[in-house]
Design a protein around this ligand. Structure first.
Ligand code: PLP
Length: 422
């Protein structure tokens, strides 16, 4: 980098951070700086994010689960370019072949008789649609959700979520939500009744701190819902598209939901998109008035083209199997660190490449994240549990890259321990 380049880079960084402070959110600017991310991203490919001042980061956060395929996967980028040149946005009143292709592909790939999709723009929007569909189909008002769940931050999705700090300032939220402990079948038995439209769960709780349920939990919830005429909504926004070692996480448990939600990785890391998917029987209630639920940008050709290409890549490159294999290796290596650092690390858990490392305190996790940033690794904590660092890299991460992350974690934890001992 020449002297002029580095002056330009320094200016860009200063101006960007200043604009965040003055026009985006000063608190966010401070938080990013505290986590050690005091620079500006300019380019990303595969596992690597590059910055204006010539730094390179290995992405171990994967945009909170967006980058299953890595950054800017060439096949997804090419599909979007091709669509962009031909028909970026739909005329809305004609049939759109790309949306049709995506909906058909989702019907093929999702388990059981899930067959109809509504395509929207984000995870929270997919949740809103799923909740509305459940009320519409059952004619019942109530929902049962899990404590500490995360389903997004629009009013309905926030009502289903389970962390008070995000909810309380916006009350009153949507009525009719009860929250029960995640993983407890007995409590679920008592909570679901003839007024329950749906139970909504993440198959593995992501933002709660990567929490897995006992193996018999989801099958039992499925049974409870079927017995009582309530629908089961599984939120696969974060766990879907290969992240946990299967195309959809519910497949580990042999459970088929009545409604599944997807987003994040569905857009191949190139376009924002979400979807809720259900069965022909349930979808019938959407047919008498097909505009009862709609979205101007939902199902736009650019996002759908990205999703079709992304699903092809996930299947052809066998990314779910790769996530399972690399995930087992990664979790094994993290257990080694945890065993040596039991003073600070309280647990390692996960499935596939959705992995959490829990620390004794929020501050310890924060310092370790900053230590990782110093060593060129992007990581972050889980939104509903700041004591847990999430390791959620693109599914293409190699064992050598895992080893690099593990070595950096080891050093960052040692550095944190030394700091705390001062
Ligand atoms: N559901 C789950 C399980 C999530 O993890 C998230 C986001 O992290 C959402 C829903 C909300 O998605 P979005 O941020 O795209 O609205």
């Amino acid at each position: 980098m020449t002297a002029t380049d580095s002056t330009q880079a320094a200016d860009l960084i200063e101006q960007t951070i200043d604009s965040y402070r003055r026009h985006v959110n000063a608190g966010l600017a401070s938080l990013l700086k505290f986590m050690g991310f005091d620079t500006v991203e300019t380019e990303a490919r595969g596992m690597t994010v590059r910055t204006a001042d010539g730094r390179e980061y290995l992405d171990c956060l994967g945009g909170y689960g967006v980058y299953a395929l890595g950054h800017a996967h060439p096949r997804v980028v090419a599909a979007v370019h091709e669509q962009l040149d031909r028909l970026p946005m739909s005329a809305k009143t004609l049939f759109d072949p790309v949306q049709a292709q995506l909906a058909s592909r989702l019907a093929e790939l999702t388990p059981g008789d899930l067959a109809y999709s509504f395509i929207c723009n984000s995870g929270a929007e997919a949740i809103e649609g799923a909740l509305k569909l459940a009320r519409l189909y059952t004619g019942r008002p109530n929902f049962v959700a899990a404590q500490n769940a995360f389903h997004g931050k629009t009013m309905g999705a926030l009502s289903a979520s389970g962390r008070e700090v995000f909810k309380r300032p916006f009350e009153p939220l949507v009525p009719g939500f009860t929250h029960v402990p995640f993983g407890a079948g007995e409590t679920m038995e008592r909570a679901v009744d003839d007024q329950t439209a749906a139970v909504i769960l993440e198959p593995i709780q992501g933002e709660a701190g990567i929490i897995l349920s006992p193996d018999d939990y989801l099958p039992r919830v499925r049974e409870i819902c079927s017995q009582r005429g309530a629908l089961l909504i599984l939120d696969e926004v974060q766990t879907g598209c290969g992240r946990t070692g299967r195309m959809f996480c519910c497949e580990h448990y042999g459970v088929v939901p009545d409604i599944m939600t997807l987003a994040k990785a569905l857009g191949g890391g190139v376009m924002p998109i979400g979807a809720f998917i259900s069965t022909p029987e349930i979808w019938k209630v959407m047919e008498p008035n097909p505009l009862l639920h709609s979205s101007t940008f939902g199902g736009n050709p650019l996002a759908c083209a990205a999703a079709v290409a992304a699903l092809d890549v996930i299947v052809e490159e066998e990314l779910p199997a790769r996530a399972a294999e690399t995930g087992d290796y990664f979790i094994g290596r993290l257990h080694e660190i945890a065993a040596q650092r039991s003073d600070l690390v309280t647990e390692v858990r996960g499935r596939g490449l959705l992995i959490g490392m829990e620390f004794s305190e929020d501050d310890v996790a924060g310092l370790v994240i900053a230590g990782l940033a110093q060593r060129g690794i992007i990581a972050a904590y889980t939104l509903n549990n700041p004591r847990v660092i999430r390791l959620e890299p693109p599914l293409i991460i190699t064992r050598e890259q895992v080893d690099r992350v593990v070595a950096a974690l080891d050093e960052s934890i040692a550095q944190t321990a030394a700091l705390l001992a001062e």
